[in-house]
Each structure stands twice: as C-alpha cells, then as structure tokens.
Design a protein around this ligand. Structure first.
Ligand code: ZN
Ligand code: ZN
Length: 348
C-alpha cells in the first residue's frame, strides 16, 4: 500500500535565512548568537520553536558543565512548536503543531532488542540540543520515533513537559506503584512534582512530598501530596515506595531509611560523576529493600507520558513559573539556582 504521506516532497513556510539561538559557552555563560537557519534534509523536520522549558539538567550544565552537553554548544532540549519546513519523506507538514523529545533509540543494538531502549548505546550521542532558539532541526531518527502532532487544546508550554514526564513514566514503569501504596517523594523540584502527578494518575492516594522550599511544596499540595520536612521523626520507615529526586548523595543514602521492609527505593536524581554512596547492607538484605536507579526513557515511556499530558484532568500547569524571552535565559537560570521558580517558559 502506498502512503501518500511518505511521497511528499520538501515543503516550507517562509523561513528566514538566519535565526537567533542560545549557546552555552562555558559554565555560567550563555551567549545569544545569530546563525544560519538549518535546512531539513530527507525525512528531517525543521520546527519553529514556540515554547522551550528550562530543565534541571540544563541548570546543572549551566552551573558545572554536563558530560552529555558539549560546550560551547547549542542549549535546551524541552520544546514544542510549529513545523516550518520538512524534508522529502518526512511525515509532518509545514504549519502543523508538534511536540517531541530530543532523543530516540536506534532499535537495533543489543539493549534496544532486549527491550531496554532507554539504555540504547547511541541514544545520548544522537540527541538534539538547541531548543532555546527560534528554530530546531529534528533529525530523521527522532522525527520518526518521538515527534508527535500536538492537539490544539494542549498549550505549547505544557507540551514541552513531554520530555521530563517521559523520565518519570520510565521510572514508574520500572517500579510500578500499587494503588494502596504509601509513597514518599523527596525533593519538590519539577521532577519530584511530576512524580506526585504521575503517582496520583496511577491511583496512589497517600503521597508525602518532603523538602524545604515552601513555594514548591505548595505546588505539591495542589497536585495532591501531603508535605513534610525531611526529619526522620516526621517520616517513619514505612513507605512502600521512596523516590529520591534531589541528586544529593546524602539523600540517596538516607532514602533507604524511609522504606518499609520489602519496599522499593527509586534513586532518580543523578549525582556528579564519581560520586560513591554507602548503604546499610543489613537493611538492604534482611529487609529486602529494592534499589533502582532508572535512566532516561524509551519510546513506550514517551507514549505513556504523552497520553497523560493529553488527559484533561492531568494538569501540570502549576509547574510553570512564567514566560521569559530568549535574552533572559541566563537570568532565568540564576533565578532557578536561587530557588526562585520551577520551570520557566522561554519564548524564542
Ligand atoms: Zn529535561
Ligand atoms: Zn539502540
């Protein structure tokens, strides 16, 4: 059967020859520069970025560098927008609103074949960066696996959250909660809050969100969590599922103490390279605590996350801290570092 979509030639809306984009020059320095607008090759899609959201990993890169984000280099990976041009054979048309993530598995390596697409050997080497820009070129591999039409009733800025929510969906797929579970989420950043939303969506009634930042804890309450400080006195060792979202090794180590016998701990927040953690082996063994530390996401998690985002009752808008123009990107990261805001929406 011939699919007319696959026979379409190159097509484009009016696209300027040059565009503005943010470049992460070195830790602490972002430059806004003008550069030629990329042209889509076969099966590639050029997206005019309507919204791009700031992310904890971008903040890490801005503060101390990131092994997977070369510097100087294009910056930003959470995006949504409108197709500006598409190459021969692409399955999206100019003018179409789209949402997507910045990686896709190869579907041919050992890990892809064993159902561990998130560990695909080339998933990180083929990621696309540069969402803090007027245009973003999506290569064929990602355009064919992890780029989707965006429904009109899903705001662009919420559609950007597909990527971090996919990480959350991947983790909850690896350690699925049961409806009656008591769950503890440590760290009320954007990811911790998305875990609250994901747990709620999966029917979990008892969710405690632990942390310090009152503004962020208040968002957690709106999403359905009870909030607490991280003192052991307030948090007994009775949680079925503990989810660490701070990326601090002391919290990784303490997380185990909150799990019940036979419970599970998701160690989610990545620590700096070389970090070593210590655990009470008696607790792990005799209490049979399961530790999992999920990384990134495969295509199934992206689809799960997209389904959640499209549900009217699944509302992540409380996570968004307002719009910033591209020129204020550095200021937005400085605010985040100071604990102000959760996720800023960059409007290039
Ligand atoms: Zn992200
Ligand atoms: Zn692979």
């Amino acid at each position: 059967m011939v699919n007319a979509d696959n026979l379409r030639g190159e097509a484009a809306l009016a696209v300027p020859d040059r565009m503005r984009r943010a470049v992460l020059v070195r830790p602490g320095e972002i430059r806004i520069e003008e550069t030629p607008t990329p042209k889509p090759g076969p099966s590639e899609v050029l997206v005019r970025v309507v919204a791009a959201t700031t992310c904890g990993s971008d903040l890490k890169a801005y503060l101390r560098g990131h092994p997977k984000m070369p510097m100087p280099g294009p910056f930003g990976h959470e995006y949504s927008g409108i197709v500006a041009a598409s190459g021969v054979g692409a399955s999206f048309e100019p003018g179409q609103a789209v949402m997507g993530v910045h990686t896709a598995p190869c579907r041919a390596c050992l890990w892809c074949e064993r159902g561990q697409e998130n560990l695909c050997e080339s998933i990180m080497d083929t990621m696309v960066l540069g969402a803090y820009a007027e245009y973003l070129l999506i290569p064929h591999r990602i355009a064919s696996a992890n780029l989707f039409a965006k429904p009109d009733d899903l705001p662009f800025e919420v559609a950007c959250l597909l990527e971090p929510l996919s990480c959350v969906a991947q983790a909850l797929e690896l350690a699925p909660p049961r409806v009656g579970d008591r769950c503890l989420v440590i760290g009320p950043g954007a990811i911790g809050l998305m875990f609250v939303a994901g747990l709620r969506r999966l029917g979990v009634q008892e969710i405690v969100l632990a942390g310090r930042n009152p503004e962020r804890l208040a968002v957690g309450e709106r999403l359905g969590a009870r909030t607490a400080s991280l003192r052991e006195a307030d948090l007994p060792n009775s949680f079925d599922l503990v989810i660490e979202c701070t990326g601090q090794v002391e919290i990784w180590e303490r997380s185990v103490s909150f799990a019940r016998r036979g419970g599970t701990v998701i160690l989610f927040g990545g620590c700096p390279p070389g970090t070593q953690a210590r655990f009470d082996t008696a607790r792990l063994h005799y209490d049979q605590i399961r530790l999992v530390s999920p990384f990134h996401f495969g295509t199934a998690a992206v689809r799960q996350a997209r389904e959640w985002l499209l549900e009217p009752g699944f509302d992540l808008r409380p996570l968004l801290s307002g719009d910033r123009p591209l020129d204020e990107l550095e200021a937005a990261f400085n605010d985040l570092q100071a604990g102000r805001g959760l996720k800023f929406v960059i409007r290039p």
